[in-house]
Design a protein around this ligand. Sequence first.
Ligand code: SAM
Length: 292
Amino acid sequence: DRKDIATPTRTKEILEKYGFSFKKSLGQNFIVEPNILTKIVQAAGLDKETNVIEVGPGIGALTEHLGRAAHQVMAFEIDDRLLPVLADTLSPYDNIKIVHSDILKANLPALVAENFSDEGRLMVVANLPYYITTPIIMHFLASEVKIDGLVIMMQKEVADRITAKPGTKAYGSLSIAIQYYMTAEVAFIVPKTVFMPQPNVDSAIIRLTRRAVPAVTVQNEVHFFKLVKGAFVQRRKTLWNNLLATYGKEPAVKEALEQALQVSGIDAKRRGETLTVAEFGKLSDAIYQFLS
Ligand code: SAM
């Protein structure tokens, strides 16, 4: 067994050797506790039939664990100062490919076709740069590449919103946008002390697993997401007020909205945060029908 990168001593050695200084603006907080990495690999259920995409390998702490457990690994790193470091630390692994790119600008279908020798199970496993957590998740969910699941570290506060259930304070349009495609659960909480440098916020690992079909079947997805977003614009207001703000206050629109609420069996005085995904789906179809 090789010596882990993710210990405070080894990490400091590597950083000193390359004169590396952390960039806060790139969300650079490196893991220096190998047990966390073992737990991440377990949570992702990696095996030699699974390919992995990683975002932000840093100096390779998580990457080497992925390389040991998975079939092939492709890791996207934006910071060019880390390329020589990674070439060094990951030299023992011939199944790891580093791509120098902003993950949000990467052409995933082309790179997946180019770098993975076969189409097995595909997971995203990463300790995300926190300043773009949501855009990264949306980038993967919107991609043509079929990702089977994501096991990702993020701020605990964002993890709570993504995994929230109806009727809770954390439940909102982000919960629904993700739970529409994926089941979402917090795998475990991670203390600040496992990072170098330590972030100001608590972290959590979440596990997203793709549903065979979306959580609800709707006539028009674009309209469904417009409704969901609109229902949470002003959280403290009733569903009715948010609907008027979203669709307009003209008498014909009001009438259509009233009818839609009635056939969906949803009380206009409720707040958006109490509606389940299924209720949003029903309401979306009804509004779509009565407004067109
Ligand atoms: N995986 C390492 C670990 O766990 O120790 C480092 C994780 S660190 C939280 C986030 C990493 O993402 C950094 O290496 C940073 O340079 C990289 N990064 C930041 N923005 C990025 C982007 N847009 N695309 C790709 N990588 C990015």
